[in-house]
Design a protein around this ligand. Structure first.
Ligand code: MG
Length: 369
């Protein structure tokens, strides 16, 4: 027994670590190990039911939208890889062609705001995942589940509004089968470096019938069933595809807006005037109080010297702000595009300061020495 006990401990540790490896994952950015539910775990709490407002909420495409379906035809769609989309259009909507395979957009998209309306078959048929199942695949990789989840039971991460197999919706805001339901999706594509290393996972925000059900979630890989897959660099754009799960789910009013990249400042745009050093007697000329506007009883800002530097304290912001000299009478704010240009009278006495911030200006008169 004595010789068996250590082996048992090791065996237990191996078993525990093995299980742990299945239930935990490394956060891409922090490197921290985070717990993760097993896919389709029936113990995972079901989202609470919330009644959405009276529907449908048909949102017309805004002026800059890419309209993917306006009720008339499937010209923006194709069979995977090419060829006509075989699903049928009627009465301003189209229906999954059960057994004909998925369809995808001809165009490719990256970061988008996407609006989709869908309706589960009425009368309903089937149970669990076999009930009004379809799906919207972003970049052809990340499935937003479409399912008849109205008073219907299935595992949490497979309900309507789930990022399938990964994140259940926060709420079950489903409408009854046959009623139009809305998805409003904000999607940010994953980012990779030039070697294909994942820098930033995808992000998905989703409103189901006006209720937030995915709040900036980060899929931990492309949608896959029974086993998670790692991210791979599939380029900056991909199609939106709709799943054929053999159920006659209807769709209508599909449009998106492509989202721009936020521009980073160039080195030229970051360039600033050179900061100089001024002797304390020069700085002390500017200390005192300044009226924030032309009224005599206006609130005042205070310019003072702290540790050899000028600072300004506004009445609405008690923490003093450091000012950096770029000439003998001009001072910049280090974190803000703001400049203080002090002025003097003919006798060399400081009389005020022009405070420019962004594209606004404020002329402040000096009232105390
Ligand atoms: Mg599906």
């Amino acid at each position: 027994m004595p010789s068996f006990a250590p082996r048992l401990v090791v065996a237990c540790l191996v078993a525990v670590c093995g299980v742990f490896a299945c239930l935990a994952a490394e956060d891409v950015r922090s490197g921290a190990t985070v717990p993760r539910w097993r896919q389709h775990d029936i113990r995972r709490p079901k989202p609470p039911v919330v009644e959405p407002s009276e529907g449908p909420i048909a949102v017309k495409p805004p002026q800059d939208a890419v309209v993917l379906f306006d009720g008339s035809n499937l010209d923006a769609w194709q069979a995977p890889g090419g060829g006509p989309a075989p699903w049928k259009v009627s009465d301003g909507s189209f229906q999954v062609g059960a057994g004909t395979g998925p369809i995808e957009t001809k165009a490719r998209f990256g970061d988008i705001q996407l609006h989709v309306e869908w309706a589960a078959p009425d009368p309903p048929r089937g149970v669990g995942q076999d009930r009004g199942n379809s799906g919207i695949f972003l970049m052809g990789q990340f499935e937003i589940q479409v399912l008849d989840s109205y008073r219907a039971q299935t595992y949490a991460d497979g309900q309507a509004g789930a990022i399938y197999g990964e994140y259940p919706p926060l709420f079950n805001a489903s409408r009854p089968p046959g009623q139009w339901q809305t998805y409003d999706i904000a999607f940010r594509r994953p980012r990779f470096d030039t070697s294909g290393k994942l820098l930033e996972p995808a992000r998905i925000t989703l409103f189901l019938n006006g209720i937030l059900v995915q709040n900036n979630e980060e899929p931990f890989g492309p949608t896959s069933w029974l086993k998670w897959l790692p991210y791979t660099d599939q380029g900056d754009r991909g199609p939106i595809s709709l799943q054929d799960h053999n159920h006659p789910v209807k769709f209508r009013n599909i449009w998106l807006r492509e989202l721009p990249e936020r521009p980073a400042p160039t080195p030229a745009q970051l360039a600033r005037a050179k900061v100089i050093t001024l002797p304390t007697d020069v700085l002390d000329q500017y200390t005192g109080q300044y009226l924030l506007n032309a009224k005599p009883d206006a609130p005042k800002a205070t310019v003072s010297r702290q540790d050899g530097h000028l600072v300004i304290t506004f009445p609405f912001r008690p923490q003093p702000l450091g000012l950096e000299p770029i000439s003998d009478h001009e001072f910049d704010m280090p974190f803000t595009d703001g400049r203080f240009t002090f002025r003097k009278d003919a006798g060399g006495r400081v009389t005020g300061v022009l405070f420019r911030i962004g594209d606004g200006e404020r002329d402040m008169t000096k009232v105390t020495p």
